[in-house]
Design a protein around this ligand. Structure first.
Ligand code: ZN
Length: 652
């Protein structure tokens, strides 16, 4: 290819080796108060009617500086009734066509509308007291509003006592009974009246219409009385393992006999913000122990009594054990005593110390496993910042999958190329064959741009105009946020940011500003602009190589910003002798620049590019005829939506 314009151009830019140093790391500052809960729940399940009754004692610590005159609870299962908000929302989205298909979640569609009386879900409150005094309450479908007879004072504790009853819905989404594709009887998520979170922004009584959760950290003591043939997996450690057996007390043990018709399962989960469980008579149980780490439980449904060994589920257990050291090194330590992969739900859904997964799909396993970091510990308000849990978990699961599959990343190949610059095969592989790291996320984002349906990441998870825009924004654009951050500050600095984020913000409900603050502290680079453009707007990135020419033996390359979002630029030059150089042009808003990411490749930092200026001229102290190729961002980590204008090859 030859694409070469020689222009005479009066250059007003300058080459300088501006190298700003990384600022000292700021001290810890994340002392944000957190409310606290202590649940004690006892439920009695009737597996014939699919109903249960429950008693809930909730010790609630108001650690805020505010007087609380009301509280809210979630009653998620009231969504599974015809004409509920969730039902109507799904059917309304189904009227839109995206790519020729109705834009509804294929699992929900219009199925709620068709539920019969014994198939709907509900959660009803029989009584509610605070410190022994009955409290008035009001239903708003999936939210219970309680106007307290007496306010809860700042820095004080109250005890709520509730009696409730519930009917397990036929499984529509996440929780429910009798999923026809897995055969699992009970997937019990969002099953109890759950106190809404109150934080520095106030209450978050988000009606349940589809997705995303937010909860209060605390301790859960849960006792489940259920038909004796049922076997359970749950958040929390089984307290009465000796009474239950079934691998919980020692490897390979049988379920112990009981004389009564029902059996009691007693679980304790500490420092978690939700509690899930699942039950089925045909569950099987695999147990693995990570050396110096948690116990991994894999609980799967299999009716066949002969083939007890299921290699697919054994693989889930082995994979989880194998990747944990890598995960902990990269993202921070797993602090809980156990984790359970439980066959159930309708895809993959994360809960504290457990996940419900629909099949033993290893990439789902890794995604849900990573939610223990990006949601269970770093619990953002998912409704407000779905990209910070789904996007970050997607970013992480990609790395975990690569580690597990022992696949070299594109970066590994590039590093090899630096050591062997004349390997034509390697170069060809990198440029034309190998898929990009996180390429699925980038391609999804580019498809969203083409659709014209994009909405900013600041959109509330429930309020996107389409499921398509929500999914790509939260998962893909969130994943790119992290990979592209590595482009801006350097990959190894981004890795340090992730660990610092874990250290500072776990168990504290961070938000987007908190993440950016950590990223700035660690990198010494201003990043507010990155959040403002990437998160708050739908402005896009597009840079091009506009022209090259030579003046007095100095090569000049004019770059052009075509998109509205400014970025720092990596410009890689390849010379006749196959050697390469990286020329980095920081954005003026950064007040700093990244350091060389690749030992062995010269790295030249130029004068900053002011965001107001659409063009920039890079000066290279080499003859133009030395240059055979110039490429903007060869790492393809910058989400440039038109890469055709990023590369020029010169033939002489
Ligand atoms: Zn997820």
């Amino acid at each position: 290819m030859k694409s070469f314009l020689a222009l005479l151009f009066v250059c007003t830019s300058f080459v300088s080796q501006a190298q700003k140093t990384v600022a000292a790391i700021a001290p810890a500052q994340a002392d944000r108060w957190q409310q606290r809960v202590k649940y004690n729940m006892v439920v009695d399940v009737d597996v014939n009617s699919n109903r249960f009754t429950g008693k809930q004692k909730l010790e609630y610590s108001n650690n805020s500086t505010d007087k609380l005159s009301k509280v809210f609870y979630h009653l998620y299962w009231n969504a599974f009734q015809p004409n509920s908000s969730m039902d109507v929302r799904s059917r309304e989205l189904g009227k839109n066509l995206v790519g020729g298909r109705p834009d509804w979640d294929g699992r929900v569609r219009d199925r709620i509308l068709k539920l019969k009386d014994d198939e709907i879900g509900y959660q009803k409150i029989i009584s509610l007291k605070m410190n022994g005094v009955p409290q008035p309450f009001k239903y708003h479908e999936t939210i219970l509003e309680v106007n307290l007879t007496k306010p809860i004072l700042p820095k004080s504790k109250v005890i709520f006592e509730m009696e409730f009853e519930a009917q397990v819905p036929l499984q529509i989404r996440r929780s429910g009974r009798d999923n026809p594709s897995t055969g699992v009887r009970y997937s019990m998520s969002q099953w109890y009246p759950k106190l809404c979170e109150y934080d520095a922004e106030g209450w978050h009584p988000t009606p349940y219409v589809a997705r995303e959760f937010y909860g209060v950290w605390g301790d859960f003591d849960v006792t489940i009385n259920i038909d004796k043939t049922y076997k359970l997996g749950a958040t929390g450690v089984l307290v009465n393992a000796n009474e239950i057996g079934w691998g919980y007390d020692k490897p390979g043990s049988e379920l112990k006999p009981v004389s009564s018709a029902k059996r009691i399962w007693h679980f304790l989960g500490n420092n978690v913000h939700d509690f899930v469980w699942a039950a089925d008579p045909d569950y099987r149980h695999i147990v693995r122990k990570v050396a110096n780490g948690p116990v991994i439980h894999v609980i799967y449904h299999q009716k066949d009594t002969i083939a007890a060994f299921n290699p697919d589920w054994e693989k889930v257990a082995d994979a989880a054990v194998r990747v944990l050291p890598f995960i902990e090194k990269t993202f921070g330590k797993y602090p809980y005593p156990q984790y359970s992969f439980i066959h159930g739900g309708d895809g993959g859904m994360e809960y504290p110390m457990a996940t419900l997964i629909h099949s033993p799909n290893i990439s789902t396993v890794f995604h849900e496993w990573m939610h223990s970091w990006y949601q269970m510990m770093l619990g953002t308000n998912e409704s407000m910042y779905p990209w910070m849990d789904e996007g970050f978990a997607s970013y992480a699961d990609d790395l975990v999958s690569k580690y597990y599959n022992k696949k070299s990343t594109l970066q590994d190949y590039r590093d090899t190329l630096v050591a062997h610059p004349d390997s034509k095969n390697l170069r060809d592989l990198i440029e034309n064959v190998l898929p990009e790291d996180h390429s699925g996320a980038y391609n999804g984002y580019f498809r969203l741009l083409q659709s014209g349906l994009e909405e900013p990441l600041t959109t509330h998870a429930d309020h996107y105009n389409s499921n398509f825009a929500y999914s790509v924004a939260s998962y893909s654009k969130g994943e790119i946020f992290m990979e592209q951050l590595g482009y801006i500050v350097g990959a190894s600095v981004r890795d340090k940011i992730l660990l610092k984020y874990y250290d500072e913000w776990r168990f504290k409900h961070p938000n987007a500003n908190d993440f950016i603050k950590i990223a700035q502290d660690v990198s010494g680079i201003q990043l507010d602009w990155y959040k403002e453009y990437w998160v708050n707007t739908t402005k896009t990135i597009n840079y091009s190589i506009d022209s090259l020419w030579e003046e007095n033996g100095v090569s000049k390359i004019r770059l052009k910003r075509i998109g509205q979002m400014p970025m720092p630029i990596d410009l890689q030059l390849t010379f006749r002798d196959s050697s390469t150089e990286m020329h980095n042009i920081p954005l003026n808003l950064m007040f700093g620049n990244k350091l060389n990411e690749h030992a062995g490749q010269p790295f030249v930092v130029h004068e900053e590019w002011r965001w107001t200026h659409p063009t920039y001229v890079v000066e290279i102290k080499r003859k133009l005829s030395d240059i055979v190729k110039a490429e903007i961002d060869p790492s393809k980590r910058m989400a440039d939506n038109d890469r055709k204008n990023n590369r020029l090859e010169l033939t002489w």
